[in-house]
Write a protein that binds this ligand. Sequence first.
Ligand code: ATP
Length: 243
Amino acid sequence: MISPDHPRYRSLEVRERLAWFAREGVVSPEGLAAHGRGEAFDYLLGEKTTESALLAERTAAAMLLSARHPVISVNGNTAALAAREIRYLQKATRAAVEVNLFHRTPERVAKVTRLLEGHGVEVLEGEVERLIPVSHDRGWSHHDGAAAADVILVPLEDGDRAEALVSMGKSVIAIDLNPLSRTARAATLTIVDEVTRAIPAITRAAGELSPGECERLISRLDNSNFLQAALDEIAGRLSHALD
Ligand code: ATP
């Protein structure tokens, strides 16, 4: 049991949560390593939502609200960290939610689906096919899932599938704390923020934006500005780290 007074309480609590979900088979061992990479970047970013990430979150909300068929793609880490938050985002944007796993087994899909449904998320179920052109199991999709999306939110994605989804003509919104990852660079819009901060921020924005604001945010979208702002934030913090 971690004491709430501990200076790293939040981070340690999240680790404990992920370790528990790893033992339950929801999170893969590789997912724990991926979380570590995210943690390192979050540390460098000050473990807070930056101004530019907030603008990216508002832009993401605008894209999801303006979509014909918005989809939220959920992996094990995202489900373990943010199942309840996904429910509220699904309500606010009427997006379809699809489970998509790199280390995919029917048992893991069932576990992640149960976890999400236990938090009130409506999850696409039924037949899947290899509809996304990647060489691994993230290529499986429902006919109403990633394959059918015009706008797709991919928290904690891998670079291959992000590139494949973009090459299929989809607008891809990534949530990735690493502004240098292939996913971050391939996506139409990258939110450089921690997933449990990013998803509620998108939901809040979805409840506030008018159609005119949505149009304005989308027309101004330039992902390289968001990536550069994140790198500037890190560089600025590093150059004053010992002040
Ligand atoms: P890519 O193939 O895009 O270069 P990668 O190999 O660096 O990605 P993966 O292991 O596929 O990374 O995915 C993990 C990514 O998710 C990392 O870039 C990491 O920074 C990010 N990440 C991990 N945990 C979180 C989190 N809680 N919130 C936001 N991003 C996270």
